[in-house]
Write a protein that binds this ligand. Sequence first.
Ligand code: URA
Length: 276
Amino acid sequence: MTEDREEAPPISPLDALRWHIEMGVDELIDDQPIDRYATAAIPPAAVTVPSPSANSQPTRPAAPASPGQPLAPSEGARDAIAIARDANSIEGLRERLETFEGCALKFTATNTVFADGDPASDVMFIGEAPGVDEDRQGLPFVGASGQLLNRMLSALGRERTSIYISNILFWRPPGNRSPTAAETAACLPFVQRHIELARPKVLVFLGGSSAKTMLDRTEGIMRLRGKWFDYMSEGLDTPIPAMPTFHPAFLLRQSAQKREAWRDFLAIQEKLEEIA
Ligand code: URA
């Protein structure tokens, strides 16, 4: 057989940079690339193991699961249930999350993004995942979608500081990729306990993945938004009225949908007045 393929011309650094940007690379993590396959060959004794604490499992490696050491998907979620249930205050939950190592996203994120606003608020918003700005600042909804949310709240006559806000994931997925089922499952017990401890009068789920995860539904946000659901979990004695609505990032791309979102916000306000 003859080899008639021409050798590809060398790629200029500028073209290589353009290609990375097109592929969604939006952040430099280190000056030098790391060959994770080579690091997997390091003998176990050289791997740092976090010191045992009351709430963390003692043998978890302090590094992302490498090809040689996969983290069993169910393991993180199992630990999360016991650890989250053990928290009796929001501060206690935050502390437990800071030492929790059962979600691989934690190892690529800069900060844990727990919550912002007033934990005693009558309304709690649950978004999807921290983006690059949230990861840098360690606070939810501080980027462009957070600014739109702030404007919508102030149109309702509410300050951002008067609501409570968090996400279904506490760490930014690298490159804003979709989280795996195991990553979501490892965060979910903390989100559920967070809601139980804050015990808002009304819950708002921002975006399809927040709504579907928290309500355990399969329909998309177009079907779910604008409707009231009863949110319930083991540690609640009565259900909390919950409304899914569009994610502000979606509204930034689809401004025609802002009307519907505004309608949802008015219904949420009305519900809060009714319950007060
Ligand atoms: N989008 C989210 O869902 N959450 C954030 O914190 C930021 C953007």
